[in-house]
Design a protein around this ligand. Structure first.
Ligand code: ADP
Ligand code: ADP
Length: 225
């Protein structure tokens, strides 16, 4: 379970990116974080990955306060979180296989086990036959799926995605969101920041709406029309 209690974030020299945010995401739920550009969506996800720290308030993940996660605890925490970005952030001079393998290599997983898990991850995103290719030879949607394979290869309990369909045409965007829903179905908690309202409505999941850093609506899946 993820819990935000009265969380605020001021960037240095900036204004308040998040303001007294409180909400809970139960384990295994999929939720969208939406709101206009600058509403605080990316900041919220960055706090979960301990890329940024809150200025006030408390964030807990499975009962553990993120404020207490320091030093070597940070990479350890990030191994429990899969992160997907709009611009996929693949290493363009490495094969698809090597890109997906990277988090496992960093985690010190043995080579044979890495190969098995990388292929399982590529199979889940439908790219098993692409493992020897370089990302540049893939379409944008395929590159995004490599990014998703890399995010889930370590079997994270939490998957967070920041505008994962921002660069994709609507049909591909639907497919990518469907993939996230599949990971939820196998027990992963999934948080997706997106401003694509038509797509969000179609997914029928919980929707948390931010406006200027404040939580202005929190709709259960059944309330999304
Ligand atoms: P969103 O993802 O919804 O577009 P962000 O979380 O990126 O929103 O940004 C929220 C607010 O915080 C914006 O006003 C943005 O300009 C500001 N902001 C984001 N990152 C930084 C930063 N590193 N330094 C200063 N201000 C920032
Ligand atoms: P997105 O919302 O898609 O993440 P942004 O343009 O808000 O895109 O942010 C892109 C990057 O720039 C992020 O890493 C964010 O932290 C940083 N950033 C955003 N706004 C500011 C700002 N006002 N000052 C400094 N860095 C910022």
């Amino acid at each position: 379970m993820i819990q935000f209690e009265q969380v605020s974030k001021h960037y240095e020299g900036g204004h308040e990116a998040l303001s007294q945010l409180s909400f809970t995401i139960p384990t295994g739920e999929m939720a969208f974080i939406t709101g206009h550009s600058g509403a605080g969506k990316s900041t919220l996800l960055k706090l979960l990955g301990v890329i940024e720290r809150p200025s006030h308030g408390t964030i807990t993940m499975d009962g553990q306060s993120l404020a207490k996660v320091r030093g070597r605890g940070i990479p350890k925490l990030r191994q429990r979180i899969g992160m997907v970005f709009q611009d996929h952030r693949l290493l363009m001079d490495r094969t698809v296989f090597a890109n997906v393998e990277l988090p496992l290599a960093i985690a010190g997983i043995a080579r044979q086990e890495r190969g098995r898990r990388v292929r399982a991850a590529l199979e889940k995103v439908g790219l098993l036959s692409y493992e020897r290719q370089l990302p540049a030879t893939l379409s944008t949607g395929e590159q995004q799926r490599v990014g998703i394979a890399r995010a889930i290869v370590g079997r994270p309990s939490l998957l967070i995605a920041d505008e994962p369909t921002g660069n994709l045409d609507p049909q591909l965007a639907v497919e990518i969101m469907g993939l996230f829903a599949e990971f939820q179905q196998v027990g992963t908690t999934v948080l997706v920041a997106s401003h694509d309202l038509p797509l969000i409505k179609r997914m029928r999941k919980r929707v948390v709406v931010l406006d200027h850093g404040r939580l202005v609506a929190d709709l259960a899946a059944e309330e999304v029309l």
